[in-house]
Design a protein around this ligand. Structure first.
Ligand SMILES: Cc1cc2nc3c(=O)[nH]c(=O)nc-3n(C[C@H](O)[C@H](O)[C@H](O)COP(=O)(O)OP(=O)(O)OC[C@H]3O[C@@H](n4cnc5c(N)ncnc54)[C@H](O)[C@@H]3O)c2cc1C
Length: 472
């Protein structure tokens, strides 16, 4: 009885303390309420504490979107409580993984921001018959998957090893070494929806959950917060990847890149100065990217013969200069370039018959801004595979703005707002101008949004909104 009395006294003291604070500063009281609700697992940063937060983002502009509260959840229950808390207190909510979004979709000024990295980066594998599944935590990255799985298995991933798996898989996910989308490999997910409920979604889901399952794999962040994602790994080694620095100019290389070849796929890239010091092997200029079908000696010989007989001049002098600690991927932070002042990326898929013209036009922009922009074409994967894509990314305030202008001025050719880009994680800016291009099925997704998040709690400017809901 004495214990109960003490607890009761403590509770009423806390309540009167909170009430007193609420009178002084509503944020202080809200902060304490959230702390109490998620204690002892969740960590909440409020007021001045937010200034000490390590943003760790790709685009520095994101760090300007100061949240009202930052919550670092450890458990799914923490996430559920935070969602209910935001809803009950009429707060905007935003949530981040590894912070690699170009357009800061993971952040919102004055919101309650959930930093999901504290839920861990664990990757576990499970064998079911012939299949191997990987179960991913919200903080996992391409690198943590690679570090965990057997080299006999592979998965679809992008260029940069620090990109978060959630943002990537839940919005399409394109990779150079596979010809399928990352979201096609999702077999199950645990999702917290806007009412704070937890759902297990998979191909067996029915009714409204089946609709949510479809939407989550196209525009996930508009519909729910994933606390666990299960993907099916490919039962094969990753396709080997050659990165060959070359001396030829762009026009020559463009005329030589085949639509598809017996040995695999060929693409072009230029990353120098943006990601690598100029004197290093990847920092010198144009790079031929060759994705081989397999590791058989015949395949490699066939690729190298193609290089030799097509007049490709390898930049041997750069190979000779490879320093022992050269970054093996776009590990920009190793070069002290990360985060970037601003970041804008134009990526679009075109039919094989058109892509060379568009690639040439975009290269005319790149050639003016090669110090601060990077470029990728393909690899081209043949007639029957996914459409090939061309990408230009710029990473200063000035070049990011210039790229947007260039795309606008050339919209008749580049078709930035026309359906056909395919859903992908790379909208050019944070307006809704291009939404039909990224989400050709926008109306269908908006109808699902009406079912699951009619008040747009999971608001993302580039995402899906509850438009045309009956009764609204
Ligand atoms: C250098 C670079 C190279 C890239 N290359 C490719 C590429 O080759 N192919 C490609 O497809 N993309 C590529 N991307 C884009 C990248 O895949 C997306 O920006 C992706 O969304 C990043 O995920 P993240 O978790 O790191 O980012 P974040 O900024 O943390 O999140 C991105 C989005 O995902 C949402 N999100 C994060 N975690 C969750 C979760 N648990 N549940 C629900 N929503 C969540 C966020 O709210 C936000 O809307 C590249 C990006 C960079 C910077």
């Amino acid at each position: 009885y004495a214990g109960k009395e003490a607890v009761h006294m403590l509770q009423s003291r806390v309540q009167s303390h909170v009430a007193a604070h609420r009178r002084v500063d509503p944020d202080v009281a809200l902060c304490e309420e959230l702390r109490t609700a998620t204690w002892p697992t969740g960590r909440v940063l409020c007021g001045g504490e937010i200034l000490t937060y390590g943003w760790d983002v790709y685009n520095e502009q994101c760090a300007k979107l100061t949240p009202r509260f930052i919550m670092q959840p450890k458990t799914t229950e923490d996430v559920q409580k935070a969602v209910r808390f935001a809803k009950n207190n009429n707060l905007n909510i935003s949530f981040r993984g590894q912070g690699h979004t170009y357009n800061c979709a993971a952040f919102q000024q004055n919101s309650l921001n959930l930093d999901l990295r504290t839920m861990g980066s664990t990757v576990t594998t499970r064998k079911i018959g012939e299949d191997t599944l990987a179960i991913l935590s919200p903080g996992s990255t391409f690198q943590t998957i690679k570090d965990t799985i057997s080299s006999q298995l592979s998965f679809t991933h992008g260029t940069c090893p620090t990109v978060g798996v959630m943002g990537f898989h839940l919005h399409g996910g394109w990779g150079a070494t596979t010809d399928t989308w990352a979201n096609e490999s999702i077999v199950q997910m645990e999702v917290v929806t806007a009412d704070g409920a937890l759902h297990t979604l998979n191909a067996e889901s029915t009714g409204e959950e089946a609709q949510l399952w479809n939407a989550m794999r196209v525009a996930g962040s508009s519909f729910g917060i994933v606390t666990e994602l299960t993907i099916r790994l490919f039962n094969r080694r990753e396709r080997p990847y050659l990165v060959l620095p070359v001396l030829n100019d762009f026009d020559f290389l463009l005329s030589k890149v085949p639509n598809g070849a017996a040995f695999g796929w060929v693409g072009l890239a230029r990353w120098d100065k943006v990601f690598y010091p100029q004197s290093t092997v990847l920092g010198h200029g144009w790079i031929l990217q060759i994705v081989l079908n397999d590791l058989y000696p015949w395949t490699l010989t066939s690729a190298l013969s193609w290089v030799f007989f097509n007049g490709i001049q390898l930049a041997f002098s750069y190979f000779a200069q490879i320093p022992p600690n050269i970054p093996t991927n776009a590990e920009t932070w190793l070069n002290g370039l990360y985060p970037f002042q601003d970041s804008a990326v134009f990526t679009r898929f075109y039919p094989l018959s058109d892509i060379r013209d568009k690639a040439k036009l975009l290269e005319s922009f790149l050639s003016q801004h090669v110090d601060n922009c990077r470029y990728n074409l393909g690899p081209l994967q043949g007639e029957s595979a996914r459409l090939p894509l061309v990408t230009v990314e710029c990473n200063t305030l000035q070049t990011a703005a210039l790229l947007k202008d260039f795309v606008r001025q050339n919209s008749a050719v580049l078709l930035p707002d026309k359906p056909g880009s395919g859903y992908i994680n790379l909208p050019l800016d944070d307006t809704s101008t291009y939404r039909e291009a990224y989400f050709p099925q926008y109306d269908e997704l908006a109808a699902i949004k009406c079912l699951w998040d009619p008040s747009d709690l999971f608001y993302s400017r580039v995402g899906i909104h509850p438009e045309g809901c009956s009764g609204s």
